[in-house]
Design a protein around this ligand. Sequence first.
Ligand SMILES: Cc1cc2nc3c(=O)[nH]c(=O)nc-3n(C[C@H](O)[C@H](O)[C@H](O)COP(=O)(O)O)c2cc1C
Length: 159
Amino acid sequence: MSILIVYDSIFGNTGQIARAMAEALAQTGPVKLASVQEARDLDPSRYNLLIIGSPTRGFRPTPEIQEFACRSDLPKTAAVFDTRINLDTINPAPLRWVVQAGGYAAERLHRELADQGCTVIGPPGEFVVEGQEGPLREGELERAADWARGIAAQAKTAD
Ligand SMILES: Cc1cc2nc3c(=O)[nH]c(=O)nc-3n(C[C@H](O)[C@H](O)[C@H](O)COP(=O)(O)O)c2cc1C
């Protein structure tokens, strides 16, 4: 089973998460890691599984990732992840509710891909950054590697 990981990243945190996933999955089979810019020149339909991730910005994925998720040549099976701010670092506290209620990139990506007929395996990966620019919360790279292994195992059974 071949896997394509596509991500966007403004400050580098989502990129680090995607890299940790790629390194974990490279032990099990062929994996291609591509930023959303690099992925424009790829043929995603050549892969069995797409793992796609974005920073949450304004409750949604970046426009570049949203555009990629609308392509008509994506693999039939996908999994989604995002990075998001640590709610505890948001002040004043009522703003935390607004951020949480606004929603996150992964759930929007899930909806977008499912609407196109993609089988989205999950749970969505949700990884936390401290403040707007990071760094990643401690342990998130290990969690990302574990999440990716779980997704790959799920995809293999679904194959
Ligand atoms: C303009 C802007 C909007 C953001 N909006 C949200 C948001 O709606 N929800 C959230 O949890 N985090 C939000 N964040 C925090 C981002 O999720 C965080 O910057 C991102 O996860 C870092 O990933 P990156 O280093 O890959 O860019 C926002 C950050 C910026 C700069």
